[in-house]
Design a protein around this ligand. Structure first.
Ligand SMILES: Cc1cc2nc3c(=O)[nH]c(=O)nc-3n(C[C@H](O)[C@H](O)[C@H](O)COP(=O)(O)O)c2cc1C
Length: 331
């Protein structure tokens, strides 16, 4: 029921994308989402090209379904783009920059290009550059947030501005109701980060996943506190103890750091979020979106992310619920 033209163009079953959520979106997560009929997207932020190539090769061994590779343009490392072109990845998902230098070569390699944007003007520029679909990111999103507007406002505006180009909705969506709402606002798919971060296959510490499952929407902060060598890049993170204490921004003096130092800092900050044994309470930077709502004050969890389950369960539940709503005349 919910198969869109974009699904047919990309060869996927369900209009559900897993965002390239940095180090957490490794080959296992991507393959799990693609094998479940959605489209997984490999995270590459700050990873040198040779490691990106190795991860793509590993991913190809785990799935024969379409998948994407995400490149964050301000963080591009040598060899990342080349790895994607040489490996002829099915889909390239670009974020935070001008896609024009990459579109023609990608198309020559048979690669579709998706661009995540935060505004109508950026979406129109992307369409003019020839991308194959736009991902509209609302301010609710977790991680780095280009959007400054609620997805319910931004999405229909972008859909109209770039029609007939397909648009995917991103930010604060975690269940079948969100999928139905996005489709009803004109989207042809949804891109999810935080929900998949709290899944079994995501490469993140159990304490981080547990914290997301336990959190409520008010427990996130939109801040620039964790900008490491990437200025003017707001992000949404969990309200951890460190964020609450409002320590000095982590990038104090980043202007003086070399790019190698900056990239080491970036890696370290993600490790804070993903690997600290004492859990994410002490971490400054635990990316998360407002879609978390555990309903923890009730006896039974009622929120959108209430359990840490496999990607296959997340996808099947999401699509089943959305189909059920569709069948009941809710859209
Ligand atoms: C933990 C985390 C890491 C992220 N890292 C990236 C990234 O490396 N590249 C990127 O394009 N987007 C990244 N994002 C943002 C996502 O692309 C997407 O916009 C966001 O997850 C959507 O909102 P949601 O978290 O409510 O689903 C990240 C999001 C999260 C939660």
């Amino acid at each position: 029921v919910l198969k869109t033209d974009l699904c047919r163009a990309l060869g996927i079953e369900h209009p559900v994308f897993c965002a390239g959520i940095g180090a957490a979106a490794g080959a296992e997560l991507v393959a799990a989402v693609s094998n479940a009929g959605g489209c997984g997207v490999l995270g590459t932020a700050s990873l040198p090209g040779k490691f990106v190539r190795a991860e793509i090769e590993r991913l190809k061994g785990l799935t024969d379904k379409p998948f994407g590779v995400n490149l964050v343009l301000p963080l591009l490392r040598k060899g990342q783009v080349e790895a994607c072109f040489d490996e002829q990845v099915p889909i390239l998902v670009l974020f935070w920059g001008d896609p024009a230098p990459y579109v023609d070569e990608a198309h020559r390699c048979g690669i579709k290009v998706l661009l995540q944007v935060g505004s109508v003007s950026e979406a129109v520029a992307g369409a003019e550059a020839g991308v194959d679909a736009i991902i509209a990111q609302g301010v609710e999103a977790g991680g780095h947030v280009k959007g400054t507007t609620a997805i319910s406002v931004l999405l229909p505006t972008i859909v109209d501005a770039v029609a007939p180009l397909p648009v995917i909705a991103s930010g604060g969506i975690a269940d079948g109701r969100g999928l139905v709402a996005a489709l009803s606002l004109g989207a042809q798919g949804i891109s999810i980060g935080t929900r998949f971060l709290a899944s079994a296959e995501a490469r993140a510490a159990d304490a981080y996943k547990a914290r997301i499952v336990m959190a409520n929407a008010e427990d996130t902060v939109y801040t620039e506190q964790c900008n490491v060598g990437w200025a003017n890049a707001p992000h949404r993170v969990l309200r951890t103890a460190a964020i609450e204490r409002r320590r000095d921004p982590v990038d104090a003096g980043a202007g003086k750091a070399t790019s190698l130092e900056q990239s080491r800092l970036r890696t370290r900050i993600f490790e804070f979020a993903t690997r600290r044994r004492d859990g994410p309470d002490c971490a400054r930077c635990c990316y998360s979106s407002t879609c978390i709502h555990s309903g923890r004050d009730r006896r039974r969890s009622t929120g959108q992310i209430f359990r840490h389950v496999s990607c296959a369960r997340v996808c099947s539940r999401l699509v089943r619920r959305a189909n059920w709503r569709d069948g009941n005349g809710c859209i």
